[in-house]
Ligand binder design. Structure first.
Ligand SMILES: Nc1ncnc2c1ncn2[C@@H]1O[C@H](COP(=O)(O)OP(=O)(O)O)[C@@H](O)[C@H]1O
Ligand SMILES: [Mg+2]
Length: 492
């Protein structure tokens, strides 16, 4: 169905008024995000509420429509976690849940990725009940591994192109290097090494002045990352990696990505965005964006000179890197709220381009999720909160750098603690049915109140319902679900 409202595409490429307009599906304006976040203050609710639930598999059907259990047969909810994080445990205990072992009957497991892998492994033989939930999808690495993310996005674009979908439209690149995707050009050109070495060399030769960033696929927190601007440096690294002293590096695969060398600078410093995205289902896709993300600043002024190429305080925004620098400020931790960024950009660049930027960010998140949705095991027991790393360039174009399946829950500042506490609290209220008791038979349609600081990005199920309603000309309901469905349909 061809839509009647226009939205800005994520591939619009610029701070000017030249962003391409995409007519596709029923779309809404893109400014809502910044308007709403501007009015938000982090709040913390430390009141202790007690909530009782059922043992796994003994549903009373109150919220889910499942089999009725004995009245009064109410048992405390057991949570389990292998992460020693106060923001988690405080939130669980605030709900009156009690901690149990992984071997006991648990309702809610907040697990590290390795534990999760063990639970889902065929060898474990573990089968989850309807009243159990866990915080990872079994093959989240399709999104969170740097090489697989790029592979999935490339495949997604190719599939759309093959189907003649207008989303896959291409345009002449501004640097005369051929074509680029008009709407889906949101990851820097990337190759996997060693597999794609020859393709990389071809690309390198086209742009001999570009800088590239090498990142190990299996690491995080800035570990093992370095920049190169000469093929000889890569060759040297490769020779050394294969040598007897680094057998472990030789086995590891890397991605090499075009370095975004024109980042938007504030106070002369590079920063990136850490945004939290909650997915409660991949098929149909249901995803929410936490409105209180933040910017992570480098401690040292940005400098593209070759002598600074190895200075990670200039180029990597990870807090795990920056906190070791002499300039690190422990009070604000080099962080700025997204609200601040929005205000700053509205003041310096104007409201229209700021709205367009945030629209483009939502756009890239939704399409990165759509790219992996077909290959994700969309287990009903699972939900996942992803940490999106996004760089904004000086033309206000956002670039997806990576997606983390276990974003840090460590608090480096007071504001951080408040934010992460709120994040977990809001995740719980979105993923749990209204009675607060895990149940996979629930519709996974949270009320507007339950969203807290989450905003619906996409709900394909609601969007389909809306479409059906619209087409039968019977769209006069005013329930919050219908409203969220309409909101989500801008992504169709
Ligand atoms: N293509 C890129 N262009 C510019 N900066 C980048 C690029 N890729 C990564 N970075 C910088 O390096 C940091 C670490 O990269 P990332 O892919 O997030 O790996 P890690 O898993 O180690 O956090 C990012 O937060 C960002 O500051
Ligand atoms: Mg990162």
């Amino acid at each position: 169905m061809q839509g009647h409202v226009r939205i800005y595409s994520g591939g619009g490429g610029g701070g000017g008024g030249d962003a391409a307009l995409l007519y596709y599906g029923c779309a809404g304006p893109v400014g809502d995000w910044t308007q709403r976040i501007a009015s938000l203050q982090p709040t913390i609710d430390l009141s202790v509420a007690t909530m009782y639930g059922r043992l796994p598999g003994t549903g009373n059907g109150a919220a889910s429509g499942g089999a009725a259990g004995a009245l009064g047969d109410r048992v405390k909810i057991g949570f389990c976690t292998d992460l020693d994080k106060s923001v988690l445990v405080n939130n669980f205990e605030k709900r009156g849940w009690h901690q149990v072992n992984g071997d006991d009957d648990w309702h809610f497991y907040w697990a590290g990725v390795q534990t999760c892998r063990n639970i889902f492994s065929v060898d474990s033989g573990y089968r989850m009940h309807d009243t159990q939930m866990i915080n990872h999808f079994p093959n989240h690495y399709e999104l969170s591994r740097k090489d697989l993310l790029v592979k999935n996005i490339k495949r997604y674009r190719k599939d759309l192109e093959r189907d003649g979908n207008p989303l896959a439209e291409k345009t002449e690149s501004n640097n005369s290097s051929g074509t680029r995707y008009l709407y889906l050009d949101f990851v820097p050109t990337t190759f996997v090494l060693p597999a794609d070495y020859n393709m990389f060399v071809e690309e390198y030769r086209k742009f001999p002045l570009s800088t590239w960033i090498m990142k190990p696929c299996g690491k995080s927190q800035g570990a093992g990352i370095f920049l190169i601007n000469k093929l000889s440096k890569l060759k040297k690294w490769s020779r050394e990696a294969k040598g007897p002293f680094h057998p472990q590096i030789a086995k590891e695969s890397y991605v090499i990505s075009r370095y975004i060398d024109n980042p938007l600078l504030i106070g002369g410093k590079k920063f990136d965005l850490r945004l939290y995205v909650l997915v409660t289902s991949f098929r149909p896709l249901k995803a929410y964006l936490f409105k209180q993300g933040f910017c992570r600043f480098c401690t040292v002024k940005y400098d593209t000179s070759v002598t600074e190429l190895d200075n990670m305080y200039v180029h990597l925004t990870n807090v795990s890197v920056q906190k070791h620098g002499g300039e690190y400020n422990t009070l604000h931790g080099g962080k700025w709220s997204v609200q601040n960024l929005a205000l700053y950009l509205e003041g310096t660049r104007g409201k229209e381009v700021t709205d367009r930027l945030f629209g483009a960010i939502s756009w890239l998140i939704v399409h990165s999720l759509r790219a992996v949705a077909p290959v994700m095991a969309s287990d009903r027991h699972c939900f996942e909160c992803y940490g999106y790393d996004i760089i904004i360039d000086n033309a206000l174009k956002p670039w997806l750098v990576e997606v983390n399946a276990s974003p840090s829950l460590t608090s480096t500042t007071v504001n951080d603690r408040i934010l992460k506490y709120k994040l977990i609290d809001n995740i719980l209220s979105v993923v749990l049915p209204p009675d607060g008791i895990p149940d996979v038979r629930w519709s996974k349609i949270p009320s507007a109140d339950a969203l807290g600081n989450f905003e619906l990005l996409i709900d394909e199920e609601l969007a389909a319902q809306d479409e059906a309603q619209n087409s039968s000309n019977n769209n006069n309901s005013s329930s919050s679900h219908t409203k969220s469905g309409k909101f989500s349909s801008r992504w169709k």
